[in-house]
Design a protein around this ligand. Structure first.
Ligand SMILES: [Zn+2]
Length: 480
């Protein structure tokens, strides 16, 4: 494998913390040796990458275009690009297989990698994205004022791309209406509704809370009158909220104590499960069960509020600015659609070739029936054409599958980001059972010592987000 080694450090403040060119080169040479990569050329650029037109970067791109290079070695992706033009160049070279990999000190990026994350990591952490994000926010506020919903349609509706409005999904609307009516009757608990409608309890609770269904949109605590078709009346909504109030007041005391974080943490010293107890004054404490009989952590009590603090902080880490996710998604979608156009062209080419083969087949048959060619030759030719046809047909199938798979991956990535966010924003105000579930879904391997969570891991795929830039606070995307 042949690669170019590219190091960059500017004298500007953005790069103050970045390793020196010498150090970058030294470390990357180690990586190359480890992975059996042959370095054919080394570029050392002392320049910011905020604006396009770095001379050495340009030279490198030209070198890559000659097609004699397999990949690029660089310390971090943001060494390669920090502006949308160069970022586009890099990801395009990768996607079109002009380069087969980018190796950084800790990761390999391949043509099949997720475009969304790569965009974030590729120096898109600049004013460009910030402005774009501001524009989106401004646009969203204007939309809300006009009564349009700027985000993904809530359950019961779908976004109509053509009219840019929300359309009711009749089957889901029926469910929403049924939920409100049943709940407002006072005869159903959320658990009853879950059984009857086969929806998660958290979804049902979310639906029952939403003023959206009678026409009032809520965003960041502010309310806007929507122009979408309501599914229920305001009166029905208010009745259901009355029931909810009563249920909350009359909630029976739980017989068995439920501890939010019991079963989630282990003792770092002896490996036993942490158990919990409720002390006078209503405080919950977690401590090592000392199952092996010799643990000094047995008397170390981690209190509930400290545990809460930890879990909230850990979950904040994998929160992602939803608008940023939208921007990344739209950008990737556009790119996918462009490549789809290319695909379509290739697809049509194949179709033409197939037509051509069919014409040849007909001609051949004519020649044979009018005894212009011998049977042996005829059979040979038919077999040849048949083989070509089969090849083309399977190629055709690949094209359509390819686009679909990539579209699915993109949708999946987006929903991972958004679902994670939803869980996290619910966490703070959730009931203990719900908190337990959210924490369990997102975190594992929690080890506690001396009343502190010593170590923990994010479950896949949230571990990816945990390592990616945080919170739409684009400052944090800068290298440390
Ligand atoms: Zn222990």
């Amino acid at each position: 494998m042949k690669a170019i080694l590219y190091c960059r450090k500017s004298s500007e403040s953005e790069d103050r913390q970045v390793m020196s060119l010498d150090a970058q080169e030294k470390e990357l040479r180690k990586v190359a040796q480890r992975d059996g990569i042959e370095i054919v050329e080394t570029y050392r650029e002392s320049m910011s990458a905020k604006a396009p037109s770095r001379p050495l970067f340009g030279e490198m791109v030209k070198e890559v275009a000659k097609g004699k290079i397999d990949g690029i070695l660089c310390w971090k992706l943001d060494r390669l690009a920090r502006n949308p033009i160069d970022a586009g160049t890099i990801s395009w070279m990768l996607q079109t297989n002009q380069i087969k990999f980018i190796q950084t000190h800790d990761r390999t990026y391949l043509p099949t990698d997720n475009v969304l994350l790569m965009y974030v990591e590729l120096g898109m952490s600049n004013q460009y994205v910030r402005d774009l994000s501001e524009n989106v926010k401004r646009g969203n506020r204007e939309k809300l004022r006009r009564g349009e919903w700027p985000n993904h349609a809530p359950y019961g509706y779908r976004n109509d791309k053509n009219t840019k409005t929300l359309k009711v999904i009749p089957s889901q609307a029926k469910v929403v209406k049924g939920l409100f009516e049943d709940y407002a009757s006072g005869h159903y608990s959320f658990s009853d509704l879950r059984k009857k409608y086969d929806l998660p309890k958290s979804t049902i609770e979310r639906i029952i809370k939403k003023t959206f269904y009678y026409g009032l949109m809520e965003r960041d605590g502010k309310f806007y009158k929507g122009i979408h078709t309501p599914i229920i009346s305001k009166e029905l909504y208010e009745r259901s909220q009355e029931v909810k109030k009563q249920v909350t007041v009359h909630r029976p005391r739980q017989e068995k104590l439920f501890f939010t974080y019991r079963g989630l943490m282990r003792c770092a010293v002896c490996g036993c499960q942490m158990t919990a107890t409720r002390k006078k004054g209503m405080y919950d404490y977690y401590y090592c069960t000392n199952g092996k009989g010799a643990c000094d952590q047995h008397k170390e009590y981690l209190n509930e509020s400290k545990a809460n603090e930890f879990f909230e902080k850990a979950l904040e880490n994998i929160k992602f600015d939803e608008e940023l996710v939208d921007i990344m998604y739209e950008a990737s979608l556009e790119k996918l659609q462009n490549s789809q156009d290319d695909n379509e062209q290739a697809f049509n080419d194949i179709k033409n070739q197939l037509e051509n083969l069919k014409r040849q087949e007909r001609k051949l048959l004519q020649s044979f029936t009018s005894e212009l060619i011998a049977e042996e030759l005829y059979k040979e030719e038919v077999a040849r054409i048949q083989k070509q046809k089969e090849n083309l047909e399977s190629e055709m199938q690949n094209y359509s599958q390819d686009t679909n798979t990539r579209l699915n991956t993109l949708e999946l990535t987006k929903s991972v980001f958004l679902e994670g966010n939803k869980a996290i924003s619910e966490f703070r105000n959730a009931e203990p059972e719900q908190k337990h579930k959210i924490a369990q879904n997102l975190l594992w391997n929690l080890e506690v010592k001396d009343k502190n969570v010593l170590s923990y891991k994010y479950k896949s795929p949230y571990n990816i987000i945990a390592n990616a830039p945080k919170n739409g606070d684009l400052q944090t995307m800068l290298p440390d």
